[in-house]
Design a protein around this ligand. Structure first.
Ligand SMILES: C[S@@+](CC[C@H](N)C(=O)[O-])C[C@H]1O[C@@H](n2cnc3c(N)ncnc32)[C@H](O)[C@@H]1O
Length: 267
C-alpha cells in the first residue's frame, strides 16, 4: 500500500494539500507526527509514501525517492539551441501548430523537449500511474528553479492525463492528433538512466502491443513513433521497418507513416 504524508515541518498549508492529494489519489493520509520516513514505511508496512511539501511532491520508497526535475530536458534543449539535432524531434517530424500525443509521459522529459520544439502546437501526455502523473503534473505546472522562460513555457503548455493509453486511444476519434509517440519501459534492462531508475517502482512495464499501434495509427493524422534501445527486440517484434536515430546513440526510433500501407506486425 502507498500512503500520503507531509514533511516534518508540517505547515497548515502542507497538511491541507496532503489531505487533498490523499482524497484525489484515494490513498490513506498518514500523520507525520515527527516520525522519520523509514519508520513510517516500516510501521504501516507501506510499499512507499507520497511526501507533500510546499515546493514539490516526492515519492519515497525503500531504496530511493522520486520527484520531478526537468534536468534531462534542459540539457537536450540546450543542445538544440546550440544547433545539435535531437533525434526524437527529427523522428517526430513536427510541423508548426501540430498536436502530439505522448502516450508514455513518465518523467515528462520527451514531452518537454517536444513542447519546446512545438511552441505553437500542443502536447498531451498520458501516464497510467496515478502517483507518477500527479508528481509530474504538479512539477510541470509549478517548477521554476533557475530555468529559462522558454523551458518554463514548454513545461506549462503540456496537458497531463492519468489513463492507460490503451483505454485513452480507444476513446479518441479517428485522426484527432497529428503524431502519437510511445516510449515504453525498455524490455531489456541495462540502459542506464538514473532518472528512469528512480521512478521505476511507479511505472507500468507492460510491453507495447500491435493493437495499441493500430489504434494509434487510427487516431494519428500523420505518424506513430516508438522509442526503443538501438539493438532492442521491440521494433522488430512490432513490425517497424523504418528505424531512425543517431549512429552512436543507444536508442532508436521506429516510425510508421499514415497512408504508408497497412501496418503488419511480425508476430
Ligand atoms: C520509459 S518511461 C517514459 C519516459 C518518458 N518518455 C520521459 O521522457 O520521461 C515509460 C512510462 O510509460 C508509462 N506507461 C507504461 N504503460 C502505460 C500505459 N499502458 N498507459 C499509460 N502509461 C504507460 C510508464 O508508467 C512509464 O512512466
Amino acid at each position: 500500500m502507498i500512503a500520503v504524508t507531509t514533511t516534518l515541518a508540517e505547515s497548515a498549508e502542507e497538511c491541507k494539500k496532503a489531505g487533498e492529494i490523499s482524497r484525489t489519489l484515494n490513498l490513506p493520509l498518514c500523520p507525520r507526527n515527527n516520525t522519520g520516513i523509514g519508520k513510517l514505511i516500516e510501521k504501516h508496512s507501506l510499499k512507499g509514501i507520497v511526501i507533500v511539501s510546499r515546493e514539490k511532491i516526492t515519492y519515497s520508497y525503500p531504496g530511493g525517492e522520486f520527484f520531478f526535475h526537468p534536468g534531462m530536458a534542459k540539457l537536450r534543449i540546450n543542445e538544440i539551441l546550440n544547433g545539435k539535432t535531437d533525434q526524437m524531434i527529427k523522428a517526430l517530424d513536427l510541423i508548426p501548430g501540430c498536436t502530439v500525443l505522448d502516450c508514455t509521459l513518465g518523467l515528462g522529459s520527451d514531452a518537454i523537449v517536444t513542447s519546446f520544439a512545438n511552441s505553437a502546437g500542443k502536447v498531451i501526455g498520458i501516464e497510467r500511474s496515478p502517483v507518477l502523473s500527479l508528481i509530474v503534473r504538479e512539477g510541470l505546472a509549478s517548477y521554476s528553479g533557475g530555468i529559462s522562460q522558454g523551458l518554463k513555457g514548454a513545461m506549462r503548455r503540456i496537458k497531463v492525463i492519468c489513463d492507460d493509453y490503451n483505454h485513452f486511444l480507444k476513446n479518441q476519434p479517428d485522426q484527432s492528433v497529428d503524431i502519437v509517440y510511445f516510449d515504453p519501459m525498455f524490455r531489456i534492462p541495462g540502459h542506464k538512466s538514473s532518472a528512469i531508475d528512480a521512478m521505476r517502482p511507479l511505472t507500468d512495464k507492460s510491453p507495447l502491443s500491435p493493437e495499441a499501434i493500430e489504434e494509434a495509427l487510427r487516431v494519428a493524422r500523420r505518424r506513430v513513433v516508438v522509442k526503443e534501445l538501438r539493438n532492442g527486440p521491440e521494433l522488430t517484434r512490432l513490425g517497424f521497418n523504418r528505424i531512425t536515430g543517431g549512429k552512436y546513440s543507444p536508442v532508436a526510433y521506429g516510425v510508421v507513416e499514415k497512408g504508408g500501407g497497412r501496418y503488419k506486425p511480425l508476430l
